[in-house]
Design a protein around this ligand. Structure first.
Ligand code: PEP
Ligand code: MG
Length: 772
């Protein structure tokens, strides 16, 4: 740095930083920037001065500001150190060159030898050959990129974390300038927003198929900061203190009245609150940032940006979650500072909307479900998570594992959720808008076609009759029986309606609910599954210690047998509602016959009690179990003596068979259901059930996917219980299938040790005109 421009560097590690201290240095810099912003002059003049000051303060030979223009173009707007004639001439697309990459990724980049980087794009008009090192930060506002701020040096300089943070702070001031609309006219800025701000397309995984377009609502929206540099630091510190106190009080109240919250949020808030309470450092860091001359809002944003940078580096999922909580707290604090509604869900919403969230539990989604939610975008999630199952009940397309969705989508942005292709389009252009709307129309037509199949039996081309049943969790699902032509409810997840309740309903309430379900079903059979609480379905009012591995933890029948009062009450309600009707009950997560016996005893007691009370007995009683835990496969003869039917829950069965957490997004596509181990298991199971004449059905999500259903039928399943929206597609598939011919093909390929047989089966379906 021999020929560095003069000036007092501000980073702690630099020449005079030690004497001056970083806080004083940044404070002085912010004061200078504020003066520039306050002094008369055009926006261009201000930007020119800003890059001059930054170059001097950061001891950089070059400082340049690129501003985003329409068409995803980043234009060099101001520079010290590059050739002046390059200003307003040098342009890079977002994603092009290092500057473009910083904009596309919305992340800082610091390179000692930038020219060696594969993304380096040389622009001769700039004269940047002599400068080897480069550090750039995105100019962000409300999660949106407005430009890029870059410094460059001749030497192979290793920029420190502190220097990157200083640059990020300055970028906030530049964002304020760009957002003023005086650099690029507001119309063009609006165009670049509506056109194609980056990246237009985000990929994820399908959690529920379907297509939707609507404005976005953020689950917990991030607020844009209006003022970065403080007028009066003392006033800002008081504002911060007051907002902190108000937020703390609100969190205390939330914890105290936690029964009103959904399960996931409940736990998260308590954890976050604990961490916040323990982490004095967080509050101190924000106060420290205010003391450098930032407004309270800008200081919170500053510290959050640091957190996010840390988050990106942390591999441990638990710690990442905790850092996310801290980020979430920062959001809450921003809302208190701005005086906006503290709860995102309570904000006013557009008529129809796409919900965008980091993660979400089933209860939280239910909170939104009575509104016009058209689609859901999650940064986390996996297809068998219960939030996806609830989404299926409401026919809400969901794309999960969409990285940085909450950063890149802003409230009000038009968003397309393409659940079929596992992607999300943000601010689509007019022609895409039209194509999507046409596709939504076409889907409606397809649905109308499925409607025409409603009263036609599900029989294959070679005469195999298949029983199609519905999976239900809410009364609205039961109401779909008539619309879909399904023969009954094959799985009633009785825990779903409890997720939104304040307290465990008493027997009378439960009885009333089951009676209504029977009435809605209008004579069609319902298989009630007893409560499957635990895992990702926590009841807020049921105390439950955190578990390392909740899917394999204290859940379902395990809770039922350990806390028999709850199961007893449920069985009492079922016996009462089922009086004079056909009562079908199945127990979840049975791992050994002994568990079934104990559950059966509880049911027998309730039947005797009802008889003693003179209540009508069920006309018929059938008892079954869910096959979800593989250990049951080695107890089939003893099991068959004690049950009337067996129902395969592939969501859990697969996770235990492959030792693969169904809720872990990293593993969502790790193992394939259409592969030898699963098919072999089904073959043996079907053979055992046939030999014992034991009715067998399948009710995991697998059965609702036409290609998987095709295989299940060819293997010998005759009763499939699926989500409402799957009835039509599965029936169309059944009616076009020759089950016998596919069975022969499966004999041929079913034992192959391939990771997946899916592609072969898809080709088979195409060649044999099976409607998938
Ligand atoms: C299953 O495990 O396949 C199942 C149907 O139960 P749930 O998805 O409710 O755990
Ligand atoms: Mg299950």
């Amino acid at each position: 740095m021999n020929d560095a421009p003069a000036g007092a560097p501000i980073s702690p590690g630099s020449a005079t930083g030690a004497a001056q201290g970083p806080v004083t240095g940044i404070r002085r810099l912010l004061r200078r920037l504020r003066d520039i912003m306050a002094r008369p002059g055009t926006a261009q003049e201000r930007l020119d001065r800003i890059v001059g000051i930054v170059a001097a303060e950061m001891v950089a030979e070059v400082c340049s500001a690129y501003v985003l223009r329409a068409g995803e173009v980043l234009e060099l707007f101001a520079t010290v150190g590059l050739r002046p004639e390059a200003v307003h001439r040098t342009r890079l697309y977002v994603g092009e060159g290092l500057v473009g990459v910083i904009a596309a990724t919305q992340r800082p980049l610091a390179l000692a030898d930038a020219q060696q980087h594969p993304d380096f794009a040389y622009r001769p008009e700039t004269g940047e050959e002599p400068f080897h090192s480069l550090m750039g930060v995105p100019v962000l506002r409300g999660g949106r990129v407005l430009g890029v701020l870059v410094v460059q040096n001749r030497t192979l300089r290793h920029y420190t974390e502190e220097e990157i943070e200083v640059a990020q702070t300055i970028a906030m001031v530049v964002a304020e300038l760009v957002a003023s609309g005086d650099l690029v006219n507001p119309l063009e800025m609006a165009q670049s927003r509506g056109g194609a701000l980056l990246p237009v397309r985000l990929d994820g995984i399908t959690l529920n198929p379907g297509l939707a377009i609507a404005p976005a609502v953020l689950h917990q929206p991030r607020l844009a900061i209006r003022q970065v540099v403080a007028e009066d630091v003392a006033v800002e510190l008081i504002r911060l203190k007051q907002a902190m106190a108000a937020m703390q009080q609100a969190i205390d109240e939330l914890v105290a009245t936690s029964h009103r919250l959904g399960a996931g949020e409940h736990r998260e808030i308590i954890e976050a609150y604990r961490m916040f309470a323990a982490d004095r450092g967080w509050a101190d860091r924000i106060a420290e940032a205010v003391r450098t001359g930032l407004t309270a809002e800008a200081a919170v944003e500053r510290v959050s940006a640091e957190n996010r940078t840390r988050m990106a580096r942390v591999a441990d999922p638990y710690l990442r979650e905790r850092l996310f909580d801290l980020d979430d707290l920062a959001n809450r604090l921003q809302r208190f500072l701005s005086g906006a509604a503290p709860d995102g869900a309570a904000l006013e919403m557009p008529g129809e909307f796409i919900l965008v969230a980091h993660a979400m539990g089933p209860a939280e989604l239910l909170d939104y479900a009575h509104r016009q939610i058209r689609g859901l975008v999650l940064e986390e999630g996996s297809p068998t998570a219960h939030v996806a199952i609830v989404a299926r009940a409401f026919d809400i397309p969901v794309v999960g594992r969409v990285q940085d969705a909450t950063d890149r989508i802003e409230a009000g942005d038009i968003v397309v959720v393409d659940g079929d292709r596992a992607r999300v389009l943000i601010r689509p252009s007019e022609d895409i808008h039209q194509t999507v709307s046409a596709a939504i129309e076409a889907r409606k037509e397809r649905r109308t076609f499925y409607g025409t199949l409603r009263d036609i039996p599900a029989v294959t081309r070679d005469g195999v009759a298949v029983s199609l049943l519905l999976n239900a969790g809410l009364l609205i699902d039961v109401a779909q029986l008539a619309a879909t032509g399904a023969e009954g409810i094959g799985l009633f997840r009785t825990e779903i309606p409890l997720l939104t309740r304040d307290a465990f309903p008493d027997v009378a309430d439960q009885t009333e609910f089951y009676r209504r379900a029977y009435e809605q079903a209008d004579g069609k059979p319902i298989v009630f599954r007893t409560l499957d609480i635990g895992g990702d379905k926590m009841l807020p009012y049921l105390t439950h210690d955190p578990e390392d591995n909740p899917a394999m933890g204290w859940r379902a029948i395990r809770i039922g047998l350990d806390r028999p009062a709850m199961l007893r009450q449920q069985l009492r309600a079922l016996v009462r509602a089922g009086g004079g009707r056909d009562l079908r009950v199945k127990f979840p997560m049975i791992a050994e016959v002994a568990e079934l016996e104990r559950a059966r005893e509880l049911l027998d007691t309730e039947l005797s009690r009802a008889a003693a009370e003179g209540r009508p007995a069920p006309v018929s009683l059938k008892i079954g179990v869910m096959l979800e835990v593989p250990s049951l496969l080695w107890q089939l003869p003893a099991l068959f003596e004690r049950i009337d039917f067996l129902s395969v829950g592939t969501n859990d069965l697969a996770q235990f068979l492959y030792a693969c957490d169904r809720g872990n997004p990293r593993l969502a596509e790790r193992y394939e259901l259409l592969s030898a181990p699963m098919l072999a298991l089904f073959r043996q199971l079907i053979a055992a059930c046939r030999a014992a004449e034991m009715p067998l059905s399948i009710c995991g999500e697998m059965a609702g996917n036409p290609i998987e259903a095709m295989v299940l039928i060819a293997l010998g399943f005759r009763t499939l219980s699926v989500a409402t929206t799957a009835i039509g597609p599965v029936k169309a598939m059944v009616r076009s299938l020759d089950a016998g011919a596919l069975a022969l093909y499966l004999d041929e390929i079913g034992g192959r040790p391939d990771h997946s047989l899916r592609l072969r089966l898809e080709s088979y379906a195409r060649d044999h005109e099976v409607a998938l």
